[in-house]
Design a protein. Structure first.
Length: 261
């Protein structure tokens, strides 16, 4: 029996109803599918029932890789990559209208999401992104402006992704049982944006500067970013506001102007 590795943040999804619910979010028939962290292949098994065009599996655990290669040795539409997803060029294997699934390890799930947000080519080739997160992180990703969960991650995510659907998953659906509730989020990539940010690293950098002093007014931070030019660029922006009181659109505009100057 394969026991989950704590070092890899493994919690295997075992509830068949939840597995079917995830796959039924999107029609995978004749589509190119990518799965991040396949584990024992329970999600892959359900995907295969719906006749995808291809299935690419990315898994880091070498023991699981060996079992998956044996399990799917006769299936010609499956390609298995033995790789650390944080070091793997997932954009390179994306085909037009690919669908990406992932029951992500809690300890690196935000890093995986940001990696995908930073794809060099946008709109991306993938058409749908379906990830499972720890609920606390999921709330931060989808946090609306003025909510307690609003912050850097929701600002980054909102720039390139929109949410189609989400639902919660009980700890009882996993082995071993995590101590937290999980959240499945179905994202669609935004094809158009009013703001033209050339490099998402700049948005990540600037929101990092602002939210590192989230309880302080933005006056000093704006001066740090733009010197005195901030008064010219944002004449109506109240400098007594705190970072969480600024709408995402303002951060996108700040980044846009930062790149130009």
């Amino acid at each position: 029996m394969k026991f989950p590795k704590k070092s890899l943040g493994q919690n295997f999804l075992i509830d068949k109803n939840i597995i079917r619910k995830i796959i039924n979010l999107i029609d995978v028939k004749n589509k190119d599918i990518i799965e991040i962290g396949s584990g024992k292949g329970v999600l892959a098994d359900e995907i295969l029932k719906h006749c995808p065009k291809s299935l690419s599996i990315i898994e880091k655990d070498f023991d699981l890789i060996k079992k998956l290669k044996i399990k799917y040795s006769k299936n010609k539409i499956i390609k298995i990559y033995s790789a650390d997803i944080l070091k793997f060029d997932i954009e390179k294997i994306c085909k037009k209208n690919s669908i990406i699934f992932g029951n992500l390890p809690y300890n690196i799930s935000s890093q995986i999401l940001v990696k995908i947000l930073k794809f060099k080519n946008w709109p991306p080739k993938f058409s749908n992104l379906i990830f499972m997160f720890q609920k606390e992180l999921g709330d931060k990703i989808i946090g609306d402006f003025s909510s307690n969960n609003y912050g850097r991650l929701s600002i980054l995510s909102n720039y390139r992704l929109k949410i189609k659907k989400k639902f919660l998953v009980s700890p009882n659906c996993f082995f071993p049982k995590p101590k937290v509730i999980s959240m499945v989020i179905h994202f669609l990539p935004k094809s158009k944006n009013l703001f033209k940010i050339r490099n998402l690293n700049n948005l990540e950098k600037l929101t990092g500067i602002f939210f590192s002093n989230k309880r302080k007014m933005i006056n000093k931070t704006m001066k740090k970013v733009f010197n005195e030019n901030h008064k010219k660029y944002f004449p109506n922006l109240k400098l007594t506001l705190r970072p969480a009181e600024i709408k995402p659109e303002i951060y996108y505009k700040i980044t846009e102007l930062f790149e130009k100057n």
